[in-house]
Write a protein that binds this ligand. Structure first.
Ligand SMILES: NC(=O)C1=CN([C@@H]2O[C@H](COP(=O)(O)OP(=O)(O)OC[C@H]3O[C@@H](n4cnc5c(N)ncnc54)[C@H](OP(=O)(O)O)[C@@H]3O)[C@@H](O)[C@H]2O)C=CC1
Ligand SMILES: O=C(O)CCC(=O)C(=O)O
Ligand SMILES: [Mg+2]
Length: 423
């Protein structure tokens, strides 16, 4: 086989050689354990699917503690340059200290490469322990805005010169009277833009159309945060109606029909739209949404939301289908083609180096990557093997503690079992 080559991108379309070079970040904490297990499984699936005609050449790039120890920098410029050049990458989790210290490297990677969608599919694997009666009803795909919101990192600490300036500006020039304790407040700023919202919602609707999904729900807290989260909802409906026309039916349209012709007419219009296979664009306020995904999961499909809501919703939905050990993700810019695949969970520091945790989240992120480059046969092999292995009740601690009659295996052993059960 030829030596590795670069993936290139032409007008947003990927050209994938038979031996693509794909950068990886091993990650902090449990990162080395899960990456070792998952990369072996991905290699075995590609080898088996294509009889050695295709293969991935991994290229390590540094970030986090390993980068700091080797270079004195947490996120070396070279890492960003390499990912920019090689288009796709996959990463393990990176630690972010709480209440001080460096800002999130995970967020920095997303912002630096403008990976505006955090795509997190949530589906159930038969046999996985779940707190729900019918976990198989949970089949959602989260589109989380990845570059804005409170994650922009515009924050000023209590007592700093900056916070005093901001509070003074708000009080003196903006007439703000309700900062309850101005002397002891920190301040965070939440930018949410029309452009950022529309590109995210556009990507979610395009995904729903391509994948034959039924609805896109805009999740927001727009009753309280009117000009950020409320605007997200309005811009979402706008982009749906202006750019997708009669391929969608929105609840904004529903409301207009109610006003003009009454509720029965609106219900009929929605039922007709559903029968015609149009995508229903609806919205839900974030707090009730968190209840309804538990009580009525079948009503939700594609979910589009802002950064912080998306972070909370991701972990909550992961719990419904067996937990964060099996929750994959991808950070994607659909315009430039750049993407970084990564698990939804973090570094789980108490398990670091114990060869204990479930490698499935980063592995399934690798499956998303295989699908993304069109290597669906290899992706399918991994999926089938996960199903078979879980059905045989050979699982890591997280599932074993909730399953009757399970055999608990280590992270690396679970990876080997997946390879054994492949095909
Ligand atoms: N994208 C990223 O790189 C992310 C990084 N982080 C960072 O990770 C660090 C730790 O965050 P924390 O809030 O503790 O969240 P984590 O997701 O790291 O861990 C929380 C708990 O989730 C369970 N868990 C996590 N990963 C696995 C796995 N692979 N298999 C089985 N169970 C798993 C464990 O549960 P149990 O204890 O029940 O066994 C663990 O204690 C922080 O610095 C945070 O900022 C967090 C999220 C994402
Ligand atoms: O960057 C971090 O440390 C946390 C990020 C996170 O929780 C997420 O992206 O889901
Ligand atoms: Mg999170």
């Amino acid at each position: 086989m030829a030596n590795g080559e670069r993936i290139t991108v032409d007008n947003g379309v990927l050209n994938v050689p038979n031996k693509p070079i794909i950068p990886f970040i091993e990650g902090d904490g449990i990162g080395p354990d899960i990456w070792a297990a998952a990369s072996k499984v991905l290699e075995a699936a590609v080898e088996k699917a294509y009889n050695g005609e295709k293969g991935i050449e991994w290229k390590e790039v540094l970030a986090g503690q390993k980068a700091y120890d080797k270079t004195g920098e947490w996120l070396p410029a070279e890492t960003l340059d390499v990912i920019r050049e090689y288009i796709l990458a996959i990463k393990g989790p990176l630690t972010t200290p709480i209440g001080g210290g460096i800002r999130s490297l995970n967020v920095a990677l997303r912002q630096e490469l403008d990976l505006f969608t955090c795509l997190r599919p949530v589906r159930y694997f038969k046999g996985v322990p779940s707190p729900l009666k019918k976990p198989e009803d949970t089949d959602m795909v989260i589109f989380r805005e990845n570059t804005e919101d409170i994650y922009a990192g515009i924050e000023y600490a209590k007592g700093s010169d900056e916070v005093k300036k901001v509070i003074q500006f708000l009080q003196d020039e903006m007439g703000v009277k309700n900062i309850r304790f101005p002397e002891t407040s920190g301040i965070g700023i939440k930018p949410v833009s029309e452009e950022g919202t529309k590109r995210l919602v556009r990507a979610a609707i395009e995904y729903a159309l391509t994948e034959g999904r039924k609805s896109v729900t805009l999740v927001h807290k727009g009753n309280i945060m009117k000009f950020t989260e409320g605007a997200f909802k309005n811009w979402g409906y706008e982009v749906a109606e202006q750019e997708f026309g009669n391929k969608v039916f929105t609840w904004a349209e529903y409301d207009r029909i109610v006003e003009k012709d009454g509720k029965d007419a609106a219900n009929k219009a929605q039922a007709d739209a559903e029968a015609e296979g149009k995508i229903i664009i609806k919205d839900s306020i974030a707090d009730i949404f968190l209840q309804q995904i538990l009580t009525r999961p079948a009503e939700f499909d594609v979910v589009a939301t802002m950064n912080l809501n998306g972070d909370y919703v991701s972990d909550a939905l992961a719990a419904q289908v067996g937990g964060i050990g099996i929750a994959p993700g991808a950070n994607i810019n659909y315009e430039t083609g750049h993407a970084i695949f990564e698990a939804t969970h973090g570094t789980a520091p108490k398990y670091a180096g114990l060869d204990k945790v479930n490698p499935s989240s980063v592995l399934l992120s690798g499956v998303l990557m295989l699908e993304h480059i069109g290597w669906t046969e290899a992706a399918e092999l991994v999926m089938k093997s996960i199903e078979k292995t879980i059905a045989s009740k050979v699982v890591t601690y997280d599932f074993a503690r909730l399953m009757d009659g399970a055999t608990e295996v280590k992270c690396s052993e679970f990876g080997n079992e997946l390879i054994k059960n492949m095909g």
